[in-house]
Design a protein around this ligand. Structure first.
Ligand SMILES: Cc1cc2nc3c(=O)[nH]c(=O)nc-3n(C[C@H](O)[C@H](O)[C@H](O)COP(=O)(O)O)c2cc1C
Length: 455
């Protein structure tokens, strides 16, 4: 290492198991899902792996000590995403690059106009400040204020600065490392004026990249991460007002027969004009809710209480709740209710009146005509129902459940010759104001207008 450059310290990332067969075959394993067959290694290379698993080592020292073939093996480990690399300068730690998956891209030539990617963000992770991006398979711990100075400059300029505590060579190396992983890109690259580039807002690309597998190897999917830490939520939401709950009529078999299924599919349309001369009735609302959302069976999987309903739901968890906001329903006072799908009843919700009126008004505006629906069904998610069990993808799963519920509601409304229309621009803050619910616990995620129709 020359005085002007970074020292690089390598070690295997945590929780990697080095498996060695009697025939000298080596495989690296991480959890149940990640593994790479490395092949037959010499005794020296196996020793190198053992040392990297046990501790951090300067790359230069490893190259000196283990001789020919070491650089190629280290490159292979880096490409597989098995190595963390800490860069230091004069014994000051600058950054640590922690891979989040394989890193196959070759090191590119220095960028012409390097800028911090507009998708990059910094946040606290444990006791560290980390730089991450949905376009990068690595997380970078920032250990030094001079690195922040370099990043700050690259937000506004393609001309990297050299803070007093660093050298031009060190800054070039830092920028090169960040460019290699994609945190720093050519000025134009993620700001190009084409649809493919401009259409992505950072939070949407983050959500896309981290709510599906790939792009990262973080804990993901059905992990039951909260088991043993927090109690799972019951299938049935705690009631709002048991004494005041209004039982709804259950439709009889004849009413349920309705239109043939193919005819319902053909007829399904969004209908935005209510028939205000013949408002929805409480019997119709009861039938609709029973058909679309009533619980049919309650079961247990090995840890959770689950239920079966007309709509499908990931893990049968049914984290969604329905809050009918009634403006005009014969036989029912106006106001907000919660639908209890287990008892098929409505629980009055003591909601703030101005916020409730705003919810209805906004939905009517979103439907273009400004005419209030007879009922606005606000769908909320009790997040803990799904997030207790699924990791990193739970919110996406909730929205998928919502899509399934919306379609079920559309089909039931069509079969009943009612006027349905989904609304895509609901205001979760307004719902929180109306109900005083903690939005981290339960918040609105979708809206659906329901009225009687003229034809
Ligand atoms: C998730 C979703 C959100 C929607 N949001 C709105 C909305 O905010 N305003 C509106 O008037 N229609 C909304 N719609 C209805 C669509 O405009 C409608 O489905 C589309 O125009 C096709 O017409 P159809 O439903 O009659 O087949 C939404 C539909 C869905 C599925």
């Amino acid at each position: 290492m020359s005085e002007g450059n970074c020292a690089r310290h390598l070690r295997l990332r945590p929780a990697v198991f080095v498996a060695t067969g009697a025939d000298g075959q080596v495989a690296l394993l991480r959890g149940a899902g990640w593994g790479e067959h490395i092949g037959v290694l010499s005794a020296g290379q196996r020793e190198l792996l053992g040392e990297l698993a046990a501790d951090e080592h300067p790359e230069a020292a490893l190259l000196d000590r283990f001789g020919p073939g070491t650089a190629a093996l280290l490159d292979r480990l880096r490409a597989g995403g098995w190595l963390t690399a800490r860069l230091s300068f004069r014994n000051r730690s600058l950054i640590t690059v922690r891979p989040l998956g394989p890193h196959l891209e070759p090191r590119a030539a220095p960028l012409r106009a390097p800028r911090l990617s507009r998708f990059a963000l910094m946040r606290r992770a444990g006791d560290e400040l980390v730089l991450e991006s949905p376009r990068c398979r690595a997380s970078v711990e920032i250990h030094d204020l001079d690195v922040l100075t370099v990043l700050h400059r690259m937000a506004g300029s393609a001309e990297p600065c050299v803070p007093a505590g660093l050298t031009a060579g060190v800054v070039a190396e830092l920028v090169g490392e960040l460019a290699w992983y994609g945190f720093v890109r050519d000025a134009e690259e993620d700001m190009r004026a084409d649809l493919t580039t401009e259409q992505w807002s950072p939070h949407e690309l983050w959500f896309h990249a981290r709510s599906r597998a790939g792009y990262h190897d973080e804990p993901f999917g059905l992990t039951r991460w909260a088991d043993g830490r927090h109690a799972p939520l019951p299938a049935r939401r705690a009631p709002w007002a048991v004494e005041a709950a209004l039982p709804l009529p259950v439709p009889d078999g004849a009413e349920r027969a309705g239109m043939p299924f193919a005819a319902v599919l053909e007829a399904r349309r969004s209908v935005r004009e209510p028939d205000d001369e013949h408002p929805l009735t409480v019997a119709q609302l009861g039938e609709f809710l029973h058909q679309a959302a009533g619980v049919r069976r309650v079961l247990r999987d090995d840890r959770n209480e689950v239920s079966l309903r007309p709509s499908p739901s990931g893990g049968a968890l049914h984290g969604l709740e329905i809050y009918p906001v009634v403006t005009q329903v014969t036989g029912l006072a106006s106001g907000m209710y919660h639908y209890d799908p287990f008892g098929h009843r409505l629980e009055p919700v003591p909601a703030a009146e101005p916020a409730v009126r705003q919810l209805v008004w906004r939905a009517a505006e979103a439907a273009g005509g400004g005419r209030s629906p007879h009922v606005l069904l606000v769908c909320t998610a009790r997040f803990g129902r799904v997030m207790w069990k699924y990791q990193s993808m739970a919110y996406a799963l909730i929205l998928k459940d919502l899509g399934a519920l919306l379609q079920t509601m559309y089909l039931v409304a069509t079969a009943m010759n009612l006027a349905p229309c989904a609304i895509g621009t609901g205001d979760s803050d307004l719902f929180a104001q109306a109900t005083a619910l903690n939005p981290l616990e339960e918040a609105s995620v979708g809206e659906f207008m329901l009225s009687s129709r003229t034809t």
